[in-house]
Design a protein around this ligand. Structure first.
Ligand SMILES: [Zn+2]
Length: 456
């Protein structure tokens, strides 16, 4: 498989939009964006270019695309199955129940369905937390879907969902060795649109010895690491971050997902080592069992978190819902109605503009790709979205950030560009219709294999 599939890169000039650049030096301005050769060439007022196709940005906001720093893309064809599930129900139904029956073709279809809905809702980068490495062919299928969809993807190679119970919570199995093949033969170019990271279980889901061996393997291969920590009571007992700190393994190449029941002391350790965090704000409030979003506690130690969807089996895969749910939980913190870990007086707060930065530039930092994406900065790759503020649901858009966070949805996303490739325009996603029939067929086959009743 070739890593650098060439895709069409248009020369486009977006005129007269409200640019929310997420670049500290540029800030917000009314102006134009010129895209050429897959990159942002210039940002400013009254730009002109004879060769560029002009796109009217009047009445719209242009932002860097959203960056989802943790989604289990393989579950894309199982979306919205259990909005009222608990963590245990999710684990038994999906990871243990269905995961073992996935064929590579199911992984391909799920990943592609997840990528397409992501793009449609303005997500231009997804960090695919792929714990469906049931065979090398399963991982290859996930990567092939990312190559096909055009999204920017950080493929986080994880563990299998066969024998799911043996691979988590005290597992003594080391990370699947196939990650070496993927690194050496498939995703070897760290400047490509699809790159490789390691999704490791760490001391919370494996033994301390396995955790250390896995981390050393990832670093030997030059891969950044993601790790789920602070998962409910188990996370509070294990204190994975403290274990990593004491073992001398905690470092800035790590992104910690959830951190719901990680202690304040552990969050300070993360900050001191320059590690990053991913808050799955919607999933954590919808699904009992993990704990509450750690957003305000992370801010208190100086970490501006990234945001993530997690699993579409429970929550919608768009970042609008994630931003709203994350904000909703903060309002419970402020009202004194939040969980016991959030009773510290004087926790710092965030607003709509902060949420947009969490969903863009902070995501790029967490994924280690902020030199390439995450802001509208000349020289970076052209990953951008245009959101129509003149639609019925947002008019009159008094404050752009507040309007997008409080009222935005995928239907307001008019334009989606990844590395200069226009993937959605005039509100219409290009290609991919066939995948949704295949997704239904995949779901039916999986339900049948698992002995579940088929939907009517
Ligand atoms: Zn997860």
């Amino acid at each position: 498989m070739s890593q650098n599939q060439s895709r069409p890169q248009e020369r486009i000039l977006i005129k007269g939009a409200y640019l929310m650049t997420q670049d500290d030096k540029l800030g917000n301005l009314l102006g134009d964006v010129l895209v050429a050769d897959g990159r942002i060439l210039s940002i400013g007022r009254d730009l002109s270019d004879d060769r560029a196709r002009v796109i009217d940005g009047t009445g719209s906001a242009v932002l860097p695309g959203f960056i989802d720093t943790h989604r289990h893309n393989w579950q894309g064809a199982l979306r919205n199955l259990g909005p009222a599930w608990t963590y245990q129900e999710y684990r038994s139904q999906v990871q243990i129940g269905l995961g073992q029956y996935f064929r590579p073709a199911d992984v391909y279809v799920g990943n592609l369905a997840a990528d397409l809905m992501s793009l449609d809702s303005g997500v231009t980068t997804v960090r695919d937390e792929s714990h469906i490495s049931n065979s090398p062919e399963h991982s290859d299928a996930a990567i092939a879907a990312h190559q096909e969809s055009g999204i920017r993807a950080v493929f986080d190679h994880g563990w299998p969902s066969t024998e799911a119970e043996q691979w988590q919570f005290g597992s003594d199995r080391t990370h699947p060795d196939d990650i070496r093949r993927i690194r050496n033969e498939v995703l070897f170019d760290d400047s490509a649109r699809v790159t490789l990271n390691a999704m490791l279980r760490g001391p919370e889901l494996s033994t301390p010895l396995v955790s250390e061996q896995d981390i050393r393997l990832a670093r030997e291969l030059g891969l950044r690491i993601s790790m789920h920590v602070g998962l409910g009571e188990w996370g509070a007992q294990q204190q994975a971050v403290r274990q990593l700190e004491e073992a001398g393994l905690l470092a800035s190449d790590m992104t910690f997902i959830h951190c719901c029941t990680s202690t304040d002391e552990e969050l300070r350790m993360l900050a001191a080592r320059g590690a990053t965090a991913s808050v799955a704000g919607a999933l954590e409030v919808f699904m009992p069992g993990l704990g509450q979003p750690a957003t305000n506690r992370l801010l208190a130690v100086g970490i501006r978190p990234s945001l993530s969807v997690d699993t579409e089996t429970i929550v919608s895969g768009d970042m609008f819902g994630v931003m709203r749910a994350t904000l909703a939980y903060q309002q419970l913190v402020l009202a004194g109605a939040a969980g016991p870990m959030d009773r510290t007086p004087g926790l710092p707060t965030f607003d709509a503009a902060d949420l947009l930065s969490f969903a863009t530039i902070e995501g790029a930092r967490a994924a280690g790709i902020d030199d390439r994406t995450g802001s509208l900065t000349p020289g970076k790759e052209a990953d951008l979205i245009m959101i129509r503020l003149d639609h019925t649901n947002l008019l009159p858009a008094t404050d752009a950030a507040a309007s997008i966070v409080a009222g935005g949805h995928a239907g307001n996303v008019a334009l989606v560009v990844v590395a200069g490739d226009v993937l959605k325009e005039d509100g219409v996603l290009k290609g991919g219709d066939a995948v949704f029939e295949e997704a239904a067929a995949s779901r039916d086959r999986l339900f049948h294999a698992a002995g579940l009743p088929l939907p009517a």
